[in-house]
Design a binder for this molecule. Structure first.
Ligand code: THU
Length: 135
């Protein structure tokens, strides 16, 4: 699957986000190694800290429903953003946990704006250098 197709799925997923408090809808589309795509969107709560980012909804859903399949890529996009949507710090930690769970195989992170045309790409390792570790 090409980046633009995954971005289109992320933008589509954002349409059903629950974001009445921020008004900022985000969609995420996770591509698994067998070609399956799992989508998520942000789900806010009136007790604000309880809201979940789109990336976390999608990654946790993928890992819950398809625990044996590696994640190859995630596209993140918002119809409400004029710049590519970059995952927050907490989501970077969650993405890195997925990388560790698939024995270090990195995940392509595709960040897009509302048009899907302004795109940045990075790996999780690039997005979270010097991550917390314990041994
Ligand atoms: N949000 C995401 O879903 N993903 C991001 O990468 C950044 C922020 C959500 C959280 C909240 O519901 C809204 O966007 C505004 O911060």
């Amino acid at each position: 699957m090409e980046d633009k197709d995954l971005i289109a799925k992320a933008l589509e997923a954002a349409e059903t986000a629950w974001a009445p408090y921020s008004g900022f809808r985000v969609g995420a589309a996770v591509l698994l190694e067998d070609g399956t795509v799992v989508c998520g969107n942000n789900q806010e709560n009136r007790a604000y800290p309880l809201g979940s980012c789109a990336e976390r909804v999608a990654v946790n859903y993928a890992r819950a429903a398809y625990p044996t399949l590696k994640i190859k890529a995630i596209a993140i996009a918002s119809p409400d953003s004029e710049v590519p949507v970059s995952p927050c710090g907490g989501c970077r930690e969650v993405l890195l946990e997925a990388v560790r769970a698939q024995r270090g195989r990195d995940i392509r992170v595709i960040m897009a704006d509302r048009t899907g045309m302004n795109v940045r790409v990075a790996t999780v390792e690039e997005l979270l250098p010097f991550a917390f570790e314990f041994k």
